[in-house]
Each structure stands twice: as C-alpha cells, then as structure tokens.
Design a binder for this molecule. Sequence first.
Ligand code: AMP
Ligand code: GLY
Length: 424
Amino acid sequence: MNTLLIGSGGREHALAWKIAQSDRLGHLYAAPGNPGIATCAECVALDLSDHNLIIEFCRDKAIDLVVVGPEAPLVAGLADDLRDADIACFGASREAAQLEGSKAFTKEICDLKDIPTAGWARFNNAPKAKAYIRQVGAPIVVKADGLAAGKGVTVAETVEQASAAIDDCFEGVFGEAGAEVVIEEFLTGEEASFFCICDGKSAMPLAGAQDHKRVGEGDTGPNTGGMGAYSPAPVLTDEHIDVVMSRIVQPTLEGMAERGTPFMGVLYAGLMIGDEGPKLIEYNVRFGDPECQVLMMRLKSDLLPVLLAAAQGQLAECEPLQWSDDPALTVVMAAEGYPGAPKKGGEIAGLETLSDDSVMVFHAGTTEKGGRILANGGRVLNVTAIAESVGAAREKAYSAIDRIEWDDGFFRKDIAWRALKRGE
Ligand code: AMP
Ligand code: GLY
C-alpha cells in the first residue's frame, strides 16, 4: 500500500516510524517531512496549499492512502479535495474540522446530544458578554470562538480579568477568531486527553495521555504546543473511558452524521476529570503533538490497515488495537527563545546511537545541512521512552537527553510529575 504522509513535526515522525513497520506498506512518502522522517520515508517538497499538485503526485505515484497529520491542511479542505478525486484520505473534512475550528460549533453538538461539558453562552458584542459575566460572576472562562494559536482562552479569576479578555476579543487581538466569544463555566479537576480513530459512523478507542502545556517547570510560564507527555493518563480510569466513549465520542459522531458532516479521522478529546466524571473541554481533529509520539511507542498493532479502514468507512471490521501496558513518556527539547522566537541554526550532535527498542528520538523542527543536523524551529526533538513504569521511562528519556549535544536547547526536567505524585 503506497502511502503519503502530510506534515513535518514530531507527530509525523512518530507516525512515519510506525507506518514504516507495517507489512502492508509499499512505498512511504512524506511531504514535506523532516530529517528524522527521512530515515523511514522518502521526503518530497510538495506545496501543501496546491491541492491539485498533491492529487497529481498521488496519481503519478499510485498512492493508495494519504494520511494528514496537522489540522491546517484539513481546515483548508485537503481531505475533501483528495476524496473528490477518488484518493483515499485519512483526515477530517473541512466541515467536520469545525470541531476544532469553532468552539461554539462543538458546544452546539454538545447541547444537541446532551454531552457532559461546561455550561456556556455565546456573544457577538462586548456589552452583552460583560453583562452576562457580571451576572454569573468569576471564576469564569472566556474563549475566542475560532483558532487563535492556543492563545484565545482566558481562565479569569475575577470579573475584571474576564471583561479585559472580552475587550481583547472584540478589539481584534485574535483577528477573525475573536469575532464571537464563548463564555464557559469554570470546571475543576485534572485534565487528560483521549484519542479515537473514527470512520464517520464508529470510533475505535486508542488511549489516553496527559501533556504539559506550560513552558516552565511546575506548569508555569507561557503556554506552548506541549513540552512533554505520557500515556496512559493515570487519572483516566477504565470506567471514565467507558463514559468518554458512550456519552462523549459516540454521541458526537451521531450528531456530526445527522447534520450531514460525518467525522472521519482522529478525534482528540480534551477532558476535565472532576467529581462528576469526565467532561469535554474541547476537541481537536488530529493527533496531539507530542501525545502521538507516546501513543505510537505503546501501540503494538499495525496502524496502517486501521487508517485505511477508517478512510473507507470500514472500521467496524478491524480487530481492536493491542497496546503495551508499559507507560511511554516523551520530553520535548526546544530551542532557546521558545515559545517566542526560537534560536535557529545550532548544530545538534550525538543522535546517531541513541535510539533502540525502548528509546526513540523523534525529530520536529530540525533541518539537515551537509550531513549535520541543525535546529530549525521552536520544538526541535522529542526524546521518547517506554519502560515498566513512568519513573523508569522518565529516567531513560533524561539519560538519552544527557547524551545529546546541543548548546541552544532546553527542556523541562519534571515531565510526568503528576503521574509520579500518584505513585505510578
Ligand atoms: P482549550 O483551548 O479550550 O482547550 O482551553 C485551553 C485550556 O484552558 C485548557 O486546556 C484548560 O486548561 C483551560 N480551560 C478551558 N476551558 C476550561 C473550563 N471550562 N474550565 C476550566 N479550565 C478550562
Ligand atoms: N499537545 C497539544 C496539542 O497537540 O494540541
């Protein structure tokens, strides 16, 4: 099965590494890929905004399946255009990608299907939004409706903070994303993520994970794309997972199908686990990055046939996936300056001998020049390990990091502190 993988991050390196192990694989291409992906796929420099060019490439190379990693090409309708050209694609349609692209869209599905989530209201002007906040009080959560690069959410402890966040939205700080505001009840508990593969009708549960969004130790400082993750998420019990599947994921798939926009692809549920059980905070329509890296490390089954079955609406015919009981953990090495402007161009050495059966260094923002690996982005490497306990996986990952020579890199030294505090 010839496969084209779209993307260039650590998530896509992990997917390429996993897909490359499939007995069913013919040739694997990645566009644009990165130097890590190049060790398991042929990287091709396709312009991802030129859908006709991608279709032409797929026909020329007899591609049987396109797998889309990031959300941007999905939001731009790449999956729709490929399917219209009769090319199988694993990824959400533009319409279904609204589950990530619009908070109000997701909340409407939640209302329609009685999905457990925070109470909410939507506003298209500041005076009404502020009057509502004065009425319900703080703490309260203010969200720009659209995609705001992870910056559109304010968890406000006071009415004043909430009002300032409302002003930011309507004064255009988040551009079009802030034209509408969603105000949510503040939920308490511990956050976790759960991932499923969906084919429009049914969902195959994958596994849970927890990530560290803040740049600094102790979960402090600005938000990032994620500085580390581990799977499974100890806070998420089997009973919770049953609730997530029956009360959150399955009703969402029904709601999406009923409105004529069936959801196919990865459904990533951001959850708050509190006294009343799991509640949905948000959806993404792709694998988490770096959560995907730990999931791929734990997955024992062949992923490729499942992705194809999902793309063909035949997930019900697949056997459940097999997972290692051992936890996996990943530590993100980022470049100085991240999440602001990262320092680029520094040489990274010592990677050649690091990876084995239980340790993988997935590349994110790297580039290759004359045989040397250079930093070329904010999040640069994902040092990932699997072991009999979270603590042992963490030790493996940090001892691999010790052997990486890179002057401009930094990483958090407390990944998985929550899991370790629970005694996992
Ligand atoms: P979101 O982009 O919707 O995932 O929100 C980003 C982060 O804000 C989440 O990961 C939570 O930490 C926090 N958050 C969002 N919604 C709520 C809520 N209703 N109650 C408490 N925290 C929230
Ligand atoms: N690690 C969080 C995300 O991928 O959105």
